[in-house]
Ligand binder design. Structure first.
Ligand code: R5P
Length: 322
């Protein structure tokens, strides 16, 4: 017999309605109605419009732009569900904002990833489901269970459809060598690395990049956890072209695409930009070369396994098969 904590309830914040709708369709469970609004001074308001007493509640809310509003909304929704006596509160945070600061680089800085983990726990979360968080050690910032989903297999499946002769995978910086190495192994193509030196006193900037390996006459695939301003990926593509690369395909889990990103990607020598739907892509950012892959199927399966208390390991093992 399946052991459950109350009924499965899905609640969506306002940050990624399309993803929540897709998860709801996959699970064949409607979203529980909520009222979310803003007071004139900018404060957020949330109320759950149906009973959740004793139920197994999953709140879907990536904390993407505007990060502060979406984070606060998530905390308020969690508090509302806790005060409504839910049986268990699971937060599905496919993009976890404030993860970049996971340690002190300079004196007198904050560690925002830990701060947000504390806020979420104090608000009442019993479990967190995340996707490709900026650094794996953030899992340990929580004293509640964390399920960490990887988009790599979905992205690898997409690229496997290409004729991969004359391809190499390129890591755009040292931090992304591990994931790019995995991708190169899945696709059975060599790995090349770009070494990037960041100026840690400046936000969103880096100084110097250098190519370790050969890309002449090769098509290239790059994977990164996120594209923020597009600086890293565009400079990587330009460097690769300068060294004789043919087509450059780039991919990432989180399409933050802030500031000049879209303009940069449009102008860059990049054939295709493959991203997932952890962050919604507004109409004005939908340029022809961006392809969106949905993570709703794996998130739905994850939610189902957690709700039914069955092995998530098995679900993820199946998911990793490319
Ligand atoms: C860096 O550590 C990350 O993995 C990304 O490479 C970075 O956040 C991308 O930022 P941007 O698009 O602004 O270069």
């Amino acid at each position: 017999m399946i052991k459950t904590i109350g009924n499965l309830r899905l609640i969506s914040g306002t940050s990624n309605q399309a993803l929540a709708d897709a998860i709801s369709r996959k699970l064949n469970v409607s979203l529980t109605p909520v009222k979310i609004s803003k007071f004139i001074d900018g404060e957020s308001y949330a109320r759950i419009l149906e009973k959740v007493r004793g139920e197994d509640v999953f709140i879907i809310q990536p904390t993407c732009y505007p990060v502060n509003d979406h984070l606060m909304e998530l905390l308020i929704l969690t508090d509302a569900v806790r005060r409504a006596s839910a049986g268990r509160i699971n937060l599905v945070i496919p993009f976890f904002g404030y993860a970049r600061q996971d340690r002190k680089n300079l004196e007198r800085e904050a560690i925002t990833a830990k701060l947000v983990a504390n806020l979420i726990t104090v608000a009442g979360a019993n479990r967190v489901i995340i996707v490709d968080i900026h650094s794996d050690q953030i899992e340990g910032f929580f004293d509640i269970p964390v399920d960490h989903i990887r988009a790599l297999s979905r992205i690898a499946k997409y690229f496997k459809k290409l004729d991969l002769r004359d391809f190499v995978v390129v890591a755009p910086d040292e931090g992304s060598v591990k994931v790019n190495n995995k991708l190169s192994q899945i696709l059975g193509v060599p790995l090349v690395v770009i070494s990037k030196q960041r100026d840690k006193t400046k936000v969103d900037s880096f100084e110097h990049i250098m190519l370790l390996g050969d890309v002449k006459g090769k098509n290239v695939i790059i994977i990164d956890d996120e594209i923020n301003t597009g600086g890293t990926i565009v400079r990587a593509a330009e460097l690769l072209k300068k060294h004789g690369a043919k087509e450059v395909y780039v991919s990432c889990t989180h399409a933050i695409l802030a500031g000049p990103a879209i303009e940069r990607l449009e102008k860059a020598p990049i054939k295709e930009v493959v991203v997932t739907d952890t962050i919604p892509l507004p109409e004005e950012k939908r340029i022809g070369k961006i392809k969106v892959l949905s993570l709703a199927p794996i998130l739905a399966k994850t939610i189902k396994a957690i709700h039914e208390d069955t092995s998530l390991g098995k679900v993820l093992e199946e998911w990793r098969k490319v």
